[in-house]
Design a protein around this ligand. Structure first.
Ligand code: F0G
Length: 354
């Protein structure tokens, strides 16, 4: 196979890799940094989106999972397990399938997007739904993996953070340095922790002349880092970040403090507005949780809290196809069928205005 593919080979010198680490890859990483033409003009910013939805399973989780699974194999494990709002389970299931490992995932019943559930099942994971939320699922997984020969692959596994930091490297490689501001959705807080680690390491290695300000955005109904306390019953349309007690909160708080950044909350309405805007005015379809990054930037811009001309990168963590129900529910209803004639079709086109 192509041994240069994927993040482990590409960023080998920055990763915990040795001769015994397997060459695992589904060609993750190397995702596009897309300039947002219209929004940049409208907002007076240099706005880019890092489109992580183009990873092999459709989210940024592939970067961390390839590293965690490679190290699990290296350490002789044959079973991995995670709690997930959906994307982690899809990535775990895919890399476990690729590597021939058993994969067990715990999900909050009724609160995971359809595409993500379909993926985990298709890749052959053992999917267990619990009557509880993500925080409860993670607690159970931590208890089981602490006492059984099963490798925990949530982002409390440090190899997950190592893999995910490569997205920060790619942004610096594409721009020539870190941006002024990195805007990112925050749920369990592993990703903001990973990006900050990546930016610091690249800066230290002389590959970026500066460090960004880290702006972490949470859904208003699931914003423990904005409030400074655990949220017992997190609620948001962005099910990926429906988390009340982030496992990596220390890392996230340090990232914001050290980078002179901020945490801010955005409402579900603001999230869905940004979600529609990205698709319609830039041609980029992400999932609702991902749009929290742009929603946050729009909110700060409106309040006059973004310096004109700033280079801003919004991380779009997952693909819009993950959550088809939200698109159909919030953008427009499914189209009704009409007779299969030119007349019937023209009637509709003309009534929409020509
Ligand atoms: N965006 C998406 C699409 C996600 O799936 C997640 C997390 C986040 C943002 C937040 O990243 O947790 O590192 O702060 N999803 C996890 C999962 C919880 O189980 O798939 P974070």
């Amino acid at each position: 196979g192509n041994r240069q593919a994927g993040i482990i080979e590409r960023y080998r010198e920055f990763l915990p890799v040795n001769e015994r680490t397997p060459h695992l890859s589904l060609h993750e990483g190397n995702t596009p940094l897309i300039y947002a033409d219209r929004l940049s003009k409208e907002l007076g910013l240099n706005l880019y989106v890092k489109y992580e939805g183009l990873n092999p399973t459709g989210s940024f989780k592939d970067r961390g999972m390839v590293m965690a699974v490679a190290k699990a194999i290296e350490e002789g494990s044959n079973t991995i397990m995670c709690a997930s709002t959906g994307n982690t389970s899809a990535a775990a299931a895919a890399y476990a399938a690729r590597a021939g490992l058993r994969c067990i995932v715990l999900i909050p019943s009724g609160n995971i997007a359809l595409g993500k559930l379909a993926q985990a099942i298709a890749y052959g994971a053992e999917v267990i739904a619990i009557d509880g939320n993500f925080d409860e699922a993670l607690r159970i997984v931590r208890e089981i993996t602490a006492t059984h020969p099963i490798t925990l692959v949530n982002s409390v596994n440090p190899y997950r953070i190592e893999g995910q930091k490569t997205a920060a490297f790619e942004i610096c490689d594409a721009l020539g340095s870190a941006p002024d501001i990195l805007a990112i959705p925050v749920g369990n807080a592993g990703n903001i922790t990973a990006y900050w680690k990546g930016f610091k390491e690249y800066h230290q290695a002389g590959k970026s002349g500066k460090l960004p300000h880290m702006y972490g955005f949470q859904a208003a109904g699931a914003a423990p880092l904005v409030k400074g306390e655990t949220v017992e019953h997190p609620e948001t349309v962005a099910t990926a970040i429906r988390i009340g007690n982030p496992a990596s909160k220390e890392g996230a708080i340090a990232a914001v403090r050290e980078s002179d950044g901020l945490f801010e909350a955005v409402t579900d309405e603001e999230i869905l507005e940004a979600y529609r805007l990205l698709a319609r005015s830039e041609g980029v379809f992400c999932e609702p949780a991902s749009a929290a990054s742009l929603a946050g930037v729009l909110k700060l811009h409106k309040a006059g809290n973004l310096a004109a001309g700033s280079t801003v990168v919004c991380v779009l963590t997952g693909n819009g196809l993950k959550d088809p129900n939200i698109a159909l529910k919030t953008v427009a209803a499914e189209p009704k069928a009409v007779p299969a004639t030119q007349e019937a079709v023209m009637q509709i086109i003309e009534s929409a205005g020509m």
